[in-house]
Design a protein around this ligand. Structure first.
Ligand code: BGC
Ligand code: NOJ
Length: 808
């Protein structure tokens, strides 16, 4: 069952009921100001950091779900109040559609001939959310309407806001000036920023105190102010500050009007933040409010936003006759890549915004799907990430987006982390040709005086792996590798203790076959960097290490039909047919084959067949099977999850593309595509009722056969699945692969994909690529009519456009 449909022309998903199985959300904002917005207008806004600079309040785990957001109450005399997004009043609507687009959400609704259209977006260059409300009276009679706006301020630090009540119920402060409500809690002391909520027309009243607006025993669904039709002009002193305007209007028969609300963030120099005694200097707010007073500015900024996205997406556009592939490639997958790049794993409807900062490995991988969109931002990100590395090549596991400093509480010891830096740097250079980045000087642990080139940082990354190997010559796992929950040196027995950071068993024995695969893959990539931009002798040494590691895999990590997962701290095998549970894991199969391991001795094919045979269900590839049924402290968090959930045997989507890419590497296009399709949102849309999460984006996890929620997805939006799926479809399957010297074209297609066209903007040149698949088993490429040898189209400085034909 579906709850809407894709509108590809407008790049929107149109939801036609508020009653989706879960709130289906969208993201507003691209750089600094962000808002999460659901199809019932729930969600919250923040400036840069969802924990430290949260503007509006949201209660995860609330009942009813998804309450707290941007609410507008529309009230005609003697009729019940209603909201454009259905919540919170739940007054039945005559019509409702929600259009989630790229960086904006539009909700159109209707009640008794009053038509409302609410357009919400964050403009490209202003720190605010614009809520444009269009109202029309379609009846033959005039309508007298009262409109109440509502947002609830968060007292900035979202954690403190939800727990430190003995303090924070005393500190709220607001100012009201003209039609604008200013939230200035803590501004009197160490903050120099404030938030504001204004509207571009006269108001009949306002409220800034939640108790006054809602009234005793009432919720968002029946505020007393709305019922009485009168704001109280309350000023919040402590307690719970809100922003609400009352606007009284009359619409003649057939008349329409538009009202623009602005929710914004303002900032002042620390030593110039007052304009009078305890009066905030409002310069930045006034600038924004003035600008969006006019509907023309709103329209032109909205158009700019759309144009911005059109241009971004233009760098990779596909035209196949398969609308589902097209819409994922052209719109939604790239869009999700941008969101994950921006927010890492910080703020979604599953990530509270108060927990993790930016993950080292997460951000490196997000970049793989983003680098072609805004390469300059990717460059900056690489430099930020490398600067949290330690001198020995290991790294903090996470860093804070606001300070860019490593997170001490989580620390380091996730031994796959360093190698991901090689992955993102090489992807960046292949996309842009900018190998000058290797010479950038960057500190270790952000400590001035320790600067070394990025190249040196990468050298230390690979050397960390080289110098941390275990008894079988495989890399030591540390606290965990990509699978955060396979904690082989953290034997936790205390409830509540972190499974991942309780390092009480430094065995120097537990080894990871997954990291071994990575070491082969990214070892080769690093060697190529040495070959091209560094010391060829070093390249040789690294390739020896790569060879040794590959041999170690054959000698000690081949189980007969698949690759082992690891050795635990006692030297026991994990992920072996000899194990009672957890016999086969997905990660080492995908990663090893992607690295080229087992291509010549048949292991690759055998391993992938085992994956298909044992791990695939209707909704994707499970992480492990059979899942663990008991907690085992020597394996860690993975066994803390009930069977079939999360790392313990769900379809953990992030790693599915690895297997699909591996299938493409061994030339099995049908398999590769089959596995791509199983988790692809556009294909999954048909059973949205089962899947539950948004059908336009990937989710992290989908219930596996071992549990009670087969096919049910969770943790949508912020997942490495976005980046890897884009790498998979755009590079491995459709075959457009950026390389150091040019664009390589090497598709591996399913039979059903007979022909397609791709427009790819690469290093300033537009490639118009026309592919026909005749299944001939070899490839022929012409560029501007000339046949080329091989699959690489060398970069040409002279041409702006190149016509490429590819015949398979
Ligand atoms: C989750 C992992 C996640 C980790 C982050 C675990 O509980 O299962 O998916 O990476 O927490 O710390
Ligand atoms: C989500 C984490 O953010 C990521 O770093 C990790 O690799 C996966 N979970 C798997 O555990």
């Amino acid at each position: 069952m579906r709850y809407g449909y894709f509108d590809d022309k407008n790049k929107e998903y149109i939801i036609n009921t508020p009653a989706t199985p879960l709130p289906w959300i969208n993201y507003l904002g691209n750089k600094d100001f962000f808002g999460l917005i659901s199809n019932t207008l729930g969600g919250y806004s923040f400036y840069r950091d969802a924990r430290l600079q949260r503007l509006t309040r949201f209660r995860y785990n609330n009942v009813p779900a998804d309450t707290g957001g941007r609410y507008y109450y529309l009230k005609e005399k003697n009729k019940p109040a209603w909201n454009p997004g259905y919540l919170p009043c739940k007054t039945p609507l005559d019509k409702y559609t929600c259009r989630h687009g790229l960086g904006y959400t539009i909700i159109e609704s209707e009640k008794e001939d009053l038509i409302s259209k609410l357009t919400c977006f964050v403009p490209l260059d202003d720190n605010c959310e614009v809520h444009r409300l269009d109202l029309s009276n379609r009846s033959d009679e005039p309508k007298t309407i009262q409109l109440f706006s509502f947002i609830e301020w968060c007292l900035w630090d979202a954690v403190d806001d939800s727990q430190n009540f003995q303090r924070n119920l005393n500190i709220a402060e607001v100012e009201v000036e003209d039609n604008t409500i200013y939230h200035k809690t803590e501004y009197r002391e160490r903050r120099n920023h404030y938030a504001f909520f204004g509207v571009n027309r006269p108001i009949a009243g306002f409220d800034t105190d939640r108790n006054e607006f809602l009234g005793q025993f009432r919720g968002f669904d029946d505020p007393i102010a709305v019922e009485k039709g009168a704001s109280t002009n309350s000023i919040s002193h402590g307690w719970y500050p809100i922003g609400s305007h009352q606007i009284d209007l009359t619409l003649a028969a057939g008349e329409s009007t538009h009202i623009v609300f602005i929710l914004g963030y303002g900032q002042n120099p620390v030593d110039d933040k007052w304009s009078g005694k305890n009066i905030i200097r409002k310069t930045s707010a006034r600038f924004i409010l003035e600008k969006y007073r006019s509907i023309e500015s709103v329209e032109s900024e909205f158009d700019r936003l759309k144009e911005y996205w059109n241009q971004l997406l233009a760098s990779y556009q596909l035209e196949s006759s398969h609308e589902k592939i097209d819409r994922m490639v052209n719109i939604w997958n790239q869009y999700q890549c941008m969101v994950t790049f921006n927010l890492s794993r910080s703020a979604s409807y599953f990530e509270s915004g108060t927990g993790r900062g930016m993950g080292f490995r997460d951000s490196c991988q997000d970049l793989l799907g983003f680098v072609h969109l805004v390469p300059e931002r990717a460059r900056e990100r690489i430099l930020d990430i490398a600067s949290i590395q330690f001198e020995d090549g290991s790294t903090y596991h996470q860093y804070q987006p606001l300070t860019k400093l490593g997170n001490h509480a989580v620390g380091s010891g996730f031994n796959d982390d360093p190698l991901w830096l090689i992955a993102c740097t090489t992807a960046y250079i292949k996309e842009t040709g900018d190998h000058g980045i290797l010479e950038e000087m960057l500190p270790f642990d952000n400590t001035p005086g320790t600067e070394q080139s990025l190249f040196e940082h990468l050298r230390r990354s690979i050397n960390y792996t080289i110098h941390h190997r275990g008894p079988h010559g495989l890399p030591l796992i540390g606290r965990a590798d990509w699978n955060d929950c396979l904690n082989l040196n953290c034997f936790s027995t205390e409830p509540g203790e972190s499974f991942q950071t309780t390092s009480n068993y430094d065995s120097q024995v537990a080894e990871s076959v997954f990291i071994a695969g990575m070491a082969v893959k990214y070892g080769k990539e690093y060697a190529e960097l040495c070959q091209r931009f560094g010391d060829p002798k070093e390249a040789g040494e690294i390739l020896n290490f790569v060879k040794d590691t590959e041999q170690a895999i054959y000698d000690s990590a081949w189980d007969g039909e698949w690759f082992l997962r690891a050795y635990d701290a006692h030297g026991n095998k994990i992920g072996s047919s000899q194990c009672e549970e957890g016999k086969i894991f997905i990660e080492p199969q995908g990663m090893s084959v992607m690295a080229g391991v087992g291509l010549n001795n048949g292991y690759a094919k055998t391993a992938l067949d085992s994956v298909y045979d044992k791990l695939v269900n209707d909704f994707g590839i499970e992480l492990v099977t059979p899942p663990y049924t008991e907690y085992r402290k020597e394996l860690g968090e993975i066994t803390s999850y009930p069977p079939g959930y999360k790392e313990n045997g769900s379809v953990f989507c992030h790693n599915n593309p690895w297997v699909s890419i591996a299938e493409a590497m061994i030339g099995r296009g049908n398999r590769a595509f089959d596995l791509y399709r199983r988790i692809s949102p556009a294909y999954v849309e048909e059973f949205s009722d089962l899947h539950m999460t948004e059908p336009y984006v990937y989710s992290q996890t989908i219930g596996g056969r071992g549990g009670h929620s087969l096919g049910q997805a969770k943790n949508s939006w912020l997942t490495g699945t976005a980046a890897w799926s884009f790498v998979n479809i755009s590079q491995a399957i459709l075959g457009i692969q950026p390389d150091y010297d040019g664009l390589r074209i090497d598709p591996c297609l399913p039979d059903e994909l007979k022909q397609y066209k791709i427009k790819r903007i690469y290093r300033g040149c537009t490639y118009l690529i026309d592919v026909e698949n005749h299944n001939r088993g070899f490839i022929e490429i012409t560029v501007d009519g000339q046949k080329i040898d091989g699959t690489l189209i060398p970069v040409s400085k002279e041409k702006n456009t190149r016509h490429v034909t590819v015949r398979l």
